[in-house]
Design a protein around this ligand. Structure first.
Ligand SMILES: *Cc1c(COP(=O)(O)O)cnc(C)c1O
Length: 420
């Protein structure tokens, strides 16, 4: 094995290989730490894209999965069912917003979004009401498959595909100043078009560098959607499972979503899986004596038993006293860090929602401008894995991060103010 073989054979995601041919070899990971092949360690301050929230190689999750995989590895999920899926479904439904009633399994965040969009379109179609337009937020990100890419706005690299996208109307994210105008636009769109669905990342737009909006603002848009029979789709692929201070970001609103998308930390980062959940009304619209009214969507690895086991173990950890205590510790620590740095001349603004903390530096730059590479290298050199975007530095560490590790992250971020 050598890194030359990586260069020879592997095409990495989201990478311009001519500009960035080198990749760091990670040998192992444990808890909040990553280790490279030179023995350097890094605090994983973004939980490997918000997946490993209970720590890397969590011993409880790995032991449950290891037991499961010796008993039932995989089986077709059409015509068959199994205990790991049933146990997970029962536990997950208990903590999802109370209108959520049925779970549909797929493989990753993007497929969970594609499933949600297809459910919404077919829901109307089955009722004899053909609707084709979808409303989505500016700066939203929902994934890289065609449906998910269509509703995403972070499309600077989507040029080759734009002619093939779904029919999407984009509205700005609401704030104090534009709320009334957006409500008016939403109503206007509804009266002039056949809108099938409204998809949104509730409260925090992850890939837009943790942009945040207020729950009461989103709530008022959801109310308009409900009043006009528009299916609401909460993409909680990033926000789900405790990150916003509640189990799901949707719990911060009074209007509950019709459909929810879940992935990323669903399995604690061990194996891939996603779930699209929906309420009874959506599900019932597919019940019929006619085959074609059913939902003919399926992935080979749907509800893989080892993935379901990893998800159930993760859920049990999320609800445990220890994790809940540590979530509170992280929230308070971020608040203290915020108080300390928010008036620093290099800091333009800060924001926090639960364990998610972000700060914008007082400097103009592109999303993938030179600044982020300079900062990235600085942080890695100091043993912290952070991925700044544009002028934003954000922290979304595993729930099990220690106070000392958090302190180290904060200190290194403060030190970075001196290099810009
Ligand atoms: C990451 C993400 C996705 C896509 O998930 P993948 O597993 O990368 O396909 C979709 N929606 C949101 C909000 C995400 O953060």
């Amino acid at each position: 094995m050598s890194l030359e073989d990586d260069k020879k054979h592997i095409w990495h995601p989201l990478t311009q290989h001519q500009l960035h041919p080198n990749h760091l070899l990670i040998k192992k990971a444990k808890g909040a730490l990553l280790y490279d092949d030179n023995g350097n360690e890094y605090i994983d301050a973004i939980a490997s894209w918000y997946t490993c929230m209970y720590g890397h190689c969590n011993p409880y999750i790995t032991s449950m999965v290891s037991k499961q995989m010796q008993n039932l590895d995989h089986v077709v999920f059409t015509g068959f069912t199994h205990e790991p899926a049933i146990n997970l479904a029962k536990s997950l439904i208990q903590i999802l917003p109370q209108n959520q009633d049925k779970l549909f399994f797929s493989d990753n965040g993007s497929t969970s979004v594609d499933v949600a969009i297809k459910m919404a379109l077919q829901y109307h179609y089955n009722k004899g009401d053909k609707r084709s337009k979808i409303i989505a937020f500016e700066d939203g990100f929902h994934g890289d498959t065609f449906g998910a890419m269509s509703v995403s706005d972070l499309s600077i690299y989507n040029g080759p595909f734009e002619d093939f996208f779904l029919d999407v109307e984009r509205i700005p994210v609401p704030n104090e100043n534009n709320l009334e105008a957006i409500k008016k636009r939403f109503l206007d769109l509804t009266s002039k078009n056949k809108i099938a669905a409204f998809i949104y990342e509730p409260l925090v737009q992850g890939a837009a560098a943790m942009k945040m909006h207020k729950s009461e603002h989103l709530d008022s848009l959801l109310r308009i959607a409900k009043e006009n029979q528009i299916i609401t789709i909460a993409d909680e692929v990033m926000t789900g499972f405790g990150k916003t201070g509640k189990n799901f970001a949707s719990e911060h609103m009074s209007q509950l979503p019709d459909i929810m998308c879940l992935s990323k930390s669903l399995t604690g980062g061990l194996v891939p899986m996603a779930i699209t959940s929906c309420n009874k009304e959506i599900y019932n619209a597919f019940l019929s004596s006619k085959m074609e009214k059913g939902f003919f969507h399926g992935h080979t690895y749907s509800a893989n038993p080892t993935s379901c086991t990893a998800a159930l173990a993760s859920l049990q950890l999320l609800l445990s006293v220890d994790i809940q205590k540590n979530i509170k510790m992280v929230i308070t620590s971020h608040q203290e860090f915020n108080a300390k740095i928010k008036n620093h001349p290099k800091v333009k603004s800060t924001r926090q929602q639960g364990v998610i903390f972000a700060l914008d530096l007082n400097i103009e730059t592109d999303r993938y401008g030179d600044l982020r590479y300079k900062l990235f290298d600085f942080f890695m050199g100091k043993g912290i894995y952070l991925r700044p975007l544009g002028n934003t530095i954000y922290i979304l560490a595993p729930f099990i991060v220690s106070k000392a590790q958090l302190q180290k992250i904060y200190t290194v971020i403060e030190e970075s103010f001196d290099i810009i």
